[in-house]
Design a protein around this ligand. Structure first.
Ligand code: C2E
Ligand code: MG
Ligand code: MG
Length: 612
């Protein structure tokens, strides 16, 4: 077709030239030839261009096909989105991710599949991706077919900012793994509650919020009373069951927005943010006390425990997380001291007490080396004969600035810090030396009682071996020493404690139960352990008169002890009447200010040495 047109043009041109100027016809012929040649060249060029075009289109079609395959079969879900988040195109992975065929996805808004929690984030992200050049990325969750899918998204808009390409990867498995690792590090596996680390984070966060919103916050610190007893008597399974049930009971008393945590052992903490009515804190604490006072059914046994609660308030008590926790702990300690199953708010007086405790605890560390301790001895009198062949060793601490500090005040601190172990060893060595002396100077049967704290039984080293060796070195038989323990030790006796008690007896030393009647008195352990002496606590002795209940209790204790083959020592006899009543009741020994206050060794020997 082109060729025909060209020939026509050439012919017309030649005819026109011939008519205008026949002389130049020859020249025209030559021109005509050149023209034909030019046209042929032009035609070849056109053909070549045409071929190149066809070639380019073919290549473009192939590239498009490749690209489309790449897009469709890419191992990543792709979505091409319009600015309103409607899906313009997606690929196979996109269909799989969304659980729908492409036809059902095109035109639909992707944002509707983004979890409600993350929708604002996604909207922001998309807006950002359309405005800013380059690749943007984010992680969020989608709600698809009632399943939560975590995805990582990379997005970049085209040059005209009309569409945005999202590359979406399912990271649910990675998120699950991350969550497991997080949970292992932050969640208490038994109760599912935040552990100490997460609790501290939450407290920090809650304090920041409370500060920002100018609100009050209450921090409660709970400690289960006698949890150890359940653990030791019914086993750790029962203890675990108790903790789970306790968690559920506490959760029933609190709001969803409150954070309950288990920082460790039998301790729980509760963050109550957004406090408008301080009475609300009281009500929660009270209801927790009530639910916890109900029996727990463990291994078919009804068990009773209780909880002591300490409360500290932000911002009144402190604005700092650690300090607030410390103050709630102090308040809890006060609640325990006041008789357990109580709640106490932190007061500045508790702070002073705690500071004193801390100072004393530090001072105790150097007290032995600085020779600040001494021992006084209180006679234990045989009531039938009036003979004094026994004494109780009682420690005294002469503090360099505070003067004399009562053992009631420093022994618990020494127990908390562990200093009691060294102190107890020191006391024993002094007492053994003293017993050796008094066996020569007062009576060959002389026997001294040493108070031994339950903490001393928790050491891994078998301290009693050193005791036995020391007695042997002094050429003293075991019965020169009586070890005074409390009922609670036997109540919580593990196998290790039982072994140590057996070893003490095997070495010939005797065992007294001190302050009997004030703890959890149980006949079963009196039967189980071979106890030599039962010491009736001063609180019973101080109130006895002929028809008093305390008299009846003392009589019953004496009767029971004798039936079980034990001797009885009455503590704290202060009057002649008390002495006579106890004597009548058949009490074997007495100790108290009526006979003598505790005396330094020299004074004791002067008073009780039998005069020749
Ligand atoms: P405890 O073993 O029950 O000692 C008896 C306490 O009652 C002693 O108090 C004693 O001075 C006091 N007492 C004795 N007779 C009377 C009396 O007629 N009236 C009154 N009101 N009190 C009387 P102390 O010496 O203050 O000791 C208190 C507690 O400290 C002891 O109670 C014992 O549990 C502990 N303790 C003392 N020395 C040691 C020790 O070396 N090691 C350990 N672990 N604890 C010790
Ligand atoms: Mg004692
Ligand atoms: Mg006592």
């Amino acid at each position: 077709m082109n060729e025909e047109v060209n020939n026509d043009v050439l012919r017309q041109r030649a005819e026109k030239k011939l008519a205008q100027n026949p002389d130049t016809y020859l020249g025209t012929l030559i021109d005509q030839k050149r023209l034909v040649h030019e046209l042929q060249v032009h035609q070849i060029e056109l053909e070549m261009q045409n071929e190149a075009l066809i070639d380019a289109r073919g290549q473009a079609e192939i590239a498009l096909e490749h690209f489309s395959e790449l897009f469709d079969f890419a191992p990543v879900a792709y979505f091409i989105l319009n600015p309103d988040s409607s899906i313009r195109q997606t690929n196979f992975r996109g269909e799989t991710l969304m659980g729908k065929p492409r036809t059902a996805l095109l035109g639909k808004k992707l944002i509707l599949s983004v979890s409600i929690k993350h929708r604002p984030d996604f909207q922001l992200f998309l807006g950002h991706s359309f405005v800013h050049s380059g690749v943007q990325s984010c992680e969020l969750s989608l709600d698809i077919n009632s399943k939560t899918i975590w995805v990582s998204i990379q997005a970049s808009a085209n040059i005209n900012r009309t569409t945005c390409l999202l590359a979406v990867i399912d990271i649910t498995e990675r998120k699950k793994a991350e969550e497991t690792i997080f949970n292992q590090a932050h969640i208490d596996l038994l109760t599912g509650l935040p552990n100490r680390r997460l609790f501290k984070d939450r407290l920090q966060q809650a304090l920041v919020n409370a500060h920002r919103q100018q609100q009050q916050l209450a921090l409660m610190f709970f400690d289960l009373d006698h949890f150890k007893y359940i653990n030791d008597t019914l086993g750790h399974d029962a203890g675990d069951e108790l903790l789970i049930e306790a968690t559920q009971r506490i959760q029933m008393c609190i709001r969803e927005s409150d954070t309950l945590a288990r920082p460790g052992g039998d301790e729980f903490t509760l963050i109550m943010a957004d406090i408008h009515d301080p009475n609300g804190v009281d009500r929660v604490a009270q209801s927790i006390l009530e639910v916890m006072a109900k029996p727990f059914l463990l291994k078919n046994e009804s068990c009773y425990i209780s909880v002591s609660i300490g409360i500290a308030m932000y911002p009144d008590d402190s604005e700092n997380a650690d300090e607030l926790l410390n103050k709630a702990d102090q308040a809890m300690y006060a609640a325990k001291k006041l008789g357990r199953s109580l709640f106490c708010y932190f007061t500045p007086a508790m702070q002073t007490l705690a500071e004193n405790r801390l100072r004393l605890s530090n001072d105790l560390r150097t007290a032995i080396n600085e020779k600040q301790f001494s021992i006084v001895y209180q006679p234990i009198v045989e009531l039938s004969s009036g003979k004094v062949e026994k004494a109780e060793a009682l420690i005294r601490w002469q503090h360099p600035s505070k003067g004399s500090v009562n053992p009631i005040d420093f022994i618990p601190i020494a127990e908390d810090s562990g200093a009691i172990k060294a102190i107890g060893e020191w006391v024993f060595l002094q007492v053994a030396d003293q017993a050796a002396i008094w066996r020569k100077t007062i009576s060959p049967q002389f026997q001294i009682s040493v108070n031994k704290s339950p903490i001393q039984f928790q050491t891994h080293s078998l301290g009693y071996r050193d005791w036995v060796e020391h007695l042997q070195a002094l050429n003293l038989p075991g019965n020169a020493i009586t070890v005074e323990i409390t009922e609670n030790l036997l109540l919580n006796a593990t196998q290790a404690i039982t072994d140590k008690l057996i070893a003490i007896r095997a070495a010939g030393m005797q065992i007294s139960i001190d302050d009997f009647g004030t703890g959890y008195s149980s006949l079963s352990y009196l039967k189980k352990y071979q106890i030599d002496y039962l010491k009736i606590d001063r609180s019973f002795v101080s109130n006895i008169n002929i028809n008093s209940t305390d008299m009846a209790i003392c009589e019953a204790m004496i009767l029971m002890a004798h039936k079980l083959g034990m001797k009885v020592i009455a503590e704290g006899i202060e009057t002649e009447e008390q002495l006579l009543l106890l004597k009548q009741a058949g009490c074997d020994y007495g100790q108290g200010f009526w006979f003598s206050k505790p005396l330094p060794a020299v004074a004791f020997e002067r008073v009780f040495k039998v005069k020749d």
